[in-house]
Ligand binder design. Structure first.
Ligand SMILES: Cc1cc2nc3c(=O)[nH]c(=O)nc-3n(C[C@H](O)[C@H](O)[C@H](O)COP(=O)(O)OP(=O)(O)OC[C@H]3O[C@@H](n4cnc5c(N)ncnc54)[C@H](O)[C@@H]3O)c2cc1C
Length: 268
C-alpha cells in the first residue's frame, strides 16, 4: 500500500501532479534548448549577404520565441517552487496551475519546436540533428500523464470542487494586474467566465479559458520577476496586437528587440 485504503484516486493524483509538473518543466527546457540553438545558429549562418540573426524578419521570429520561452520557464519554476510550500496559495497554484501549465506549455512546445526547426532551414529537418530530435520529442509531453482536453477538464474540476482556490489565485494576481489596465480587464473577465455555472459551456470553452489563464499568470510573473522590457513586450504582444496565429508578429517600434535577444543569449 502506498496510500490510505479507499483513497486511491487522491493518492495517484498527487503522483500525477508531480509528473505533470515535470512535463511543464521538460517542455520549457526543450524550448530553452531549442532557442539557444537557434540564437547560436543564426549568429553564424549567413544568407543573402549577412548573418541570419541580422535580418529584421528573423529578429522578429527570434524575439517572439525568446519571449515565449522566458514565460514558459518562469511559469514552470514558479510552479515548482509551490511544490516546496504548504500555504493555501501554493496549494491553489499546485491544484489549478499544474494541469493548466501542462496543457499550455507542452502544447506550445509542439508548435514552437517546429518553428525553431525551421530557423535552421533544411539542416533543421535532418533526422540526426538536434532540432529534428527536439521536434520529435515535444508531442509526448502533451499526451502522457493526461492529454490536453483532460488537463483542461482537470482545471475545471479543481475549480468546481474548491472555488475558493481560484478566488485565492486571482486575488494574488490582482495587485500586479492593477498596474496594467489590459491585465486588470482580463482578470475580471476571466474570473466571471470561470464562475459561470453552465457546465456544457464551461467544458466547450475550456481550452480558451485555460489558455487565457496561463497567459495571465505568465504576464503577472514576468511583471514581478523580469525586467520591464521583457514583461512590457510580453503583454504588448500577447494582448495588444494581433497575435497567436504565427510566430513573429512583433512591432519593433514598441519592443526592444536588441535587448531581448541579448538577454536570451549573451553575445561573446
Ligand atoms: C510514451 C508513453 C508512455 C506512457 N507511459 C505510461 C506509464 O508508464 N504508465 C501509465 O499508466 N500510462 C502511461 N502512458 C499512457 C498515457 O498516460 C495515456 O496514453 C494518456 O494519459 C492518454 O490517455 P489515453 O491513451 O487513454 O487516451 P484517451 O483517454 O482515449 O484520449 C484520447 C483523446 O480524447 C481526449 N479526451 C479524453 N477524455 C475526454 C473528455 N472527457 N472530453 C474531451 N476529450 C477527452 C484526450 O484529451 C485525447 O486527446 C504512456 C503514454 C505514452 C505515449
Amino acid at each position: 500500500m502506498i496510500g490510505e485504503a479507499g483513497r486511491g484516486i487522491p493518492t495517484i493524483i498527487e503522483m500525477a501532479n508531480y509528473t505533470r509538473l515535470t512535463c511543464s518543466v521538460g517542455s520549457s527546457a526543450m524550448l530553452r534548448q531549442a532557442l539557444v540553438q537557434c540564437l547560436a545558429y543564426t549568429r553564424q549562418r549567413k544568407a543573402f549577404g549577412k548573418h541570419l540573426a541580422e535580418h529584421p524578419l528573423m529578429q522578429a521570429v527570434l524575439t517572439d520565441l525568446a519571449l515565449e520561452t522566458e514565460a514558459a520557464v518562469q511559469l514552470s519554476f514558479h510552479l515548482a517552487h509551490c511544490y516546496d510550500a504548504e500555504d493555501d496559495l501554493s496549494l491553489a497554484w499546485k491544484r489549478i496551475m499544474t494541469p493548466a501549465s501542462k496543457f499550455w506549455i507542452c502544447k506550445r512546445a509542439v508548435e514552437l519546436t517546429g518553428e525553431m526547426m525551421e530557423v535552421f532551414g533544411g539542416n533543421g529537418y535532418v533526422e540526426t540533428g538536434i532540432m529534428a530530435r527536439i521536434f520529435k520529442e515535444a508531442p509526448v509531453n502533451t499526451i502522457w500523464e493526461g492529454s490536453g482536453n483532460v488537463m483542461c477538464l482537470d482545471v475545471l474540476r479543481a475549480i468546481s470542487h474548491d472555488h475558493e482556490s481560484i478566488e485565492l489565485l486571482f486575488h494574488s494576481f490582482a495587485e500586479t494586474a492593477s498596474q496594467e489596465p489590459v491585465l486588470q480587464n482580463e482578470l475580471q473577465s476571466l474570473f466571471r467566465l470561470f464562475s459561470q455555472s453552465n457546465s456544457h459551456d464551461l467544458q466547450f470553452t475550456a481550452r480558451a479559458l485555460v489558455s487565457r489563464l496561463v497567459i495571465l499568470a505568465q504576464a503577472v510573473l514576468l511583471k514581478q520577476h523580469a525586467p520591464d522590457f521583457v514583461s512590457d513586450a510580453f503583454i504588448q504582444t500577447r494582448y495588444r496586437e494581433f497575435h497567436g496565429q504565427v510566430v513573429g508578429m512583433i512591432d519593433p517600434k514598441t519592443v526592444d528587440v536588441e535587448k531581448l535577444l541579448e538577454r536570451a543569449l549573451a553575445s561573446e
